[in-house]
Design a protein around this ligand. Structure first.
Ligand SMILES: Cc1ncc(COP(=O)(O)O)c(C=O)c1O
Length: 445
């Protein structure tokens, strides 16, 4: 292609789309031009129901007027404030709000813009914390197979998704992984937390013996693994991880990029299980997806350990141009108020059994290998078609959008249902019916 073609405003070529099959998209684009409540809008005037809250972020539904108004106001008042050495009121107001919402003594927040940045920030804070305490040898991290922690080098290192790591070299050194908590033969069709699998947390002891706990900086896990297909933790598993990490004085970092702000019916998944980790990474739902914002909640101990040394120097040599951006903090303050005023976390708890029961009716549909509902999220594993892994999933995603007015996130042959928390029983039934038809249509004959 020559430069003239690339500059053509209607050319699809110049945009290298993320985590997207670019060539297939550009042959038959799935273009979204607007959004409203539970729906995306297409250029040809269709209303497409959103079964995955965008990418698990639009918890209060699209275009919420109070969030939109807050962003507009912020844009007209303070477009940008330097994040380093200067502050603006909303960043402090939001931090106070989050400190009250977060569990235990997680009273301080460090901002970034994406989940990936939040995770890399959490890893760096862990290293800095240990060093300040005179334990600079604690440099190793432990993640988990099938974990997703974004795409930064830190995140892919502690993450456990082969394709996201394969071509990116040696990444962070000194990282080990817990086994996945998902074993289909033992757990298939569990509603909520599987009964089987608590003992998988004991693998942590084995890994600690290998490296010695004194060399470990922290453990990073998603309370419910989201991107690899919604994998709820076995009963007792997270509690055991907390107990082991406490015993060896290791930092437990929860990646709540998906689970925070209502997906499991609570402000944080940590509240659901009454577990207080040492750090929580959050993103997505904090602004209802409307403006990029992420952050890391840290314990008072971690923060206080840093508040020493010369007062004219930054205590942590880390931060982003857009940390605590005014539009993002305004959006977050509005979104959190909407969650509270509309009782959306409570609503998620009320709708949890309905979502599970409705989706479980797909159990007998052709080639359904597992259904894993928890909170307002659910993974549905399908048998791959003969053409190969992921072909059926891709076909469902395409057909859903073009022919069934349904948007659904698909990973391989796993469908991810995680509708906005405003979904009514009628929306949930609609999503189920559309999926039933798609699963039948794509079944091997
Ligand atoms: C658990 C988890 N951590 C981190 C990330 C990365 O977030 P981002 O895409 O905003 O960098 C995601 C994204 O889906 C996620 O689900």
């Amino acid at each position: 292609m020559n430069k003239n073609q690339a500059a053509h405003p209607n050319s699809l070529a110049p945009y290298w789309m993320p985590f997207t099959a670019n060539r297939a998209f550009k042959k038959r684009p799935r273009m979204i031009v607007g959004a409203e409540g539970m729906h995306y809008l297409t250029a040809d005037g269709r209303r497409v129901i959103d079964a995955t809250s965008g990418l698990y972020c639009v918890n209060a539904g699209h275009g919420h007027p109070r969030i939109v108004a807050a962003i507009r106001k912020a844009a007209g008042t303070l477009d940008y404030a330097p994040a380093f050495q200067f502050g603006h009121p909303d960043a402090f107001a939001l931090s106070s709000r989050l400190a009250i919402m977060a569990p235990g003594n997680l009273d301080h927040v460090f901002y970034a813009s994406s989940g990936s940045e939040a995770i890399d920030t959490a890893l760096k804070i862990a290293l800095s914390y240990h060093r300040r305490r005179g334990e600079g040898q604690r440099t190793r991290f432990i993640g988990r197979e099938r974990g997703y922690h974004g795409v930064g080098f830190g995140g892919i290192s502690v993450g456990g998704m082969g394709p996201n790591r394969k071509v990116f070299g040696s990444m962070l050194g000194g990282v080990d992984h817990l086994p996945t908590t998902y074993v289909r033969d033992e757990q298939a069709f569990s509603i909520g937390q599987p009964e089987w699998g608590e003992h998988l947390a004991d693998e942590l002891e084995r890994i600690l013996n290998l490296h010695d706990p004194s060399n470990i900086a922290g453990i990073v896990v998603e309370p419910v693994a989201g991107s690899t297909g919604c994998l709820p933790p076995p009963k007792g598993y997270l509690e055991k991880l907390r107990e082991i990490t406490h015993r060896h004085d290791l930092l437990l970092i929860f990646d709540e990029v998906i689970t925070a702000f209502g997906r499991l019916g609570h402000a944080f998944a940590s509240d659901k299980w009454g577990i207080v980790p040492d750090m929580i990474a959050f993103a997505k739902g904090v602004t209802n997806g409307a403006v990029p914002l992420s952050g890391v909640m840290v314990s008072a101990a971690i923060y206080e350990t840093h508040m020493e040394g010369p007062e004219h120097l930054p205590e942590l040599f880390h931060g982003f141009t857009y940390s605590g951006h005014p539009l993002a903090t305004a959006a977050a303050l509005a979104a959190i108020q909407v969650y509270e005023d509309e009782g959306l976390f409570q609503r998620a708890r009320e709708n949890e059994p309905l979502l599970a029961e409705t989706l479980m009716t797909l159990k007998e549909a052709p080639g359904v290998l597992d259904i894993r509902p928890i909170g307002m999220m659910c993974g549905i594993d399908l048998a791959p078609s003969k053409e190969g892994v992921g072909v059926r999933g891709f076909e469902i995603m395409e057909r859903a959008f073009h022919d069934h007015d349904l948007y659904i996130r698909v990973g391989g042959d796993t469908l991810i249902v995680a509708p906005p928390l405003i979904a009514t029983p009628c929306h949930i039934a609609q999503i189920r019916d559309k999926l039933a038809e798609l699963i039948h249509r794509t079944a091997a004959s």
